[in-house]
Design a protein around this ligand. Structure first.
Ligand SMILES: Cc1cc2nc3c(=O)[nH]c(=O)nc-3n(C[C@H](O)[C@H](O)[C@H](O)COP(=O)(O)OP(=O)(O)OC[C@H]3O[C@@H](n4cnc5c(N)ncnc54)[C@H](O)[C@@H]3O)c2cc1C
Length: 374
């Protein structure tokens, strides 16, 4: 412990633990120890812990549910803030209901509660693991809906100034699986998020697969019907946290679906045809998105580059239910997982000329994207 900060001279604020194993705090169950870790239940606790870390030049990291982080085998060399603020408040104004959730609230429990109260807006985002406070970080999305569509404001602690600020949706700079908060690591701690939901509103069903799944039911679907259908669909793809399932240790999608302009999409289709990945009469799967781009399923690119569902390499592999989910089968290392992810990325780049970008956040690595390090 010779490298530890002199605790006798400047004791850490109450509750800071040292040498805490991070693997059990992540859905991948991988990664080394945090040199220091503290559970943050309120703003004052966060401020005290951050000031203490700054005095000792300790780098800061934030985790909540740990379902979208890849922690290095060497762990985190500084202080990890583990988000634990709790509380939900509802404010009604006619048919609009503003739901403010403290950052550490479970996202899916919040969705379940809102759906139970007949509030529309987040039903398609059922079953996404993790915390309410992490949803704006990568603008979580699924089944035709992104959380940015219902976020009214995000309350943050600015870690530069220690001011508490409210960021409007526009100030959050939301994009496809990104936001200003994600792009400025170490700048903001999300304290709470306010969602604008509709009482008695109709559910959003724009996603073809969801529409088909609901088709078998009678009458116009309710928000509860949509939640149930989404949970059923997610279950078939192992995209729900299930303690007993062999695919359970993952971060969900490991790669973001690439977004291409019309010309790049045509060039990719041509390349796929020439290489035999597309047979005569087949077309490349793609989905038009708002700003004129086309989303190409990364899972299709991965499978057509020779990385099949169920592939296993030692203690890591690809989920047997979804080619986009890399899984840890237990007893492995982050290095093994990253090596597999790097091979997949290189394979797709070689076959299709597309560089897949990882979706999770990497903690404790020399660079923000260890997949592109040579
Ligand atoms: C089975 C499975 C399915 C998934 N399906 C989806 C899906 O359909 N759509 C989707 O978008 N994602 C999905 N994910 C990814 C993940 O669940 C989401 O990104 C989720 O929002 C992460 O929440 P978390 O609390 O676990 O965040 P963590 O993993 O703890 O953190 C993720 C990032 O957010 C930051 N962060 C977390 N909380 C705060 C805070 N309060 N303030 C500042 N920064 C913070 C962390 O520093 C880190 O950079 C899935 C994951 C799994 C395991």
């Amino acid at each position: 412990m010779s490298q530890d900060v002199p605790l006798n001279v400047d004791p850490p604020p109450l509750g800071i633990g040292s040498a805490i194993s991070m693997a059990p705090l992540t859905s991948l169950e991988l990664g080394g120890t945090a040199r220091y870790l503290v559970e943050i239940a309120d703003t004052a606790a966060a401020t005290d812990a951050i000031r203490w870390a700054r005095r000792h030049d300790l780098p800061l990291a934030v985790i909540a549910g740990g379902s979208n982080v890849v922690v290095a085998d060497g762990g985190w060399p500084g202080l990890v803030l583990r988000v634990a603020m709790r509380g939900v408040a509802l404010e009604r104004e006619g048919d609009v209901v503003r739901v403010t959730a403290a950052a550490g609230e479970s996202w899916d429990e919040l969705v379940e509660r809102c759906v139970g109260e007949g509030l529309a807006g987040i039903e398609c985002l059922s079953g996404i693991p993790g915390s309410a406070g992490a949803t704006p970080i990568q603008n979580v999305g699924a089944y035709g809906r992104e959380v940015s569509e219902v976020i009214e404001q995000v309350r943050v602690l600015d870690l530069l100034t220690f001011d508490v600020r409210s960021l409007s949706g526009a100030e959050c700079g939301f994009g496809y699986r990104t936001s200003t908060i994600r792009e400025s690591p170490g700048r903001f701690l999300v304290l709470a998020v306010t969602f604008r939901l509709a009482r008695g509103g109709a559910p959003t069903v724009t996603y073809r697969e969801l529409d088909r799944a609901l088709g078998a039911r009678r009458g116009a679907p309710t928000v509860s019907d949509v939640r149930e259908a989404v949970l059923d669909l997610r279950r078939t793809k192992s995209m729900l946290v299930d303690e007993c399932h062999p695919n359970r240790r993952s971060v969900g999608s490991f790669f973001v679906n690439p977004v291409l302009g019309a010309d790049s999409l045509a060039a990719l289709e041509e390349k796929a045809r020439r290489s035999g990945a597309l047979l005569p009469g087949e077309s490349l799967p793609s989905f038009r998105i708002g700003d004129g781009g086309f989303k190409v399923p990364a899972a299709w690119l991965i499978e057509h580059s020779g990385f099949k569902k169920g592939l296993r390499r030692g203690a890591v592999g690809i989920s047997n239910a979804h080619a986009l989910a890399l899984v840890h089968h237990g007893g492995g290392t982050t290095a093994e997982l990253v090596a597999l992810a790097r091979d997949i990325r290189e394979g797709v780049a070689h076959r299709f000329g597309i560089e897949l970008q990882p979706e999770p956040v990497f903690l404790g690595f020399p660079t923000p994207n260890p997949l592109s390090d040579s």
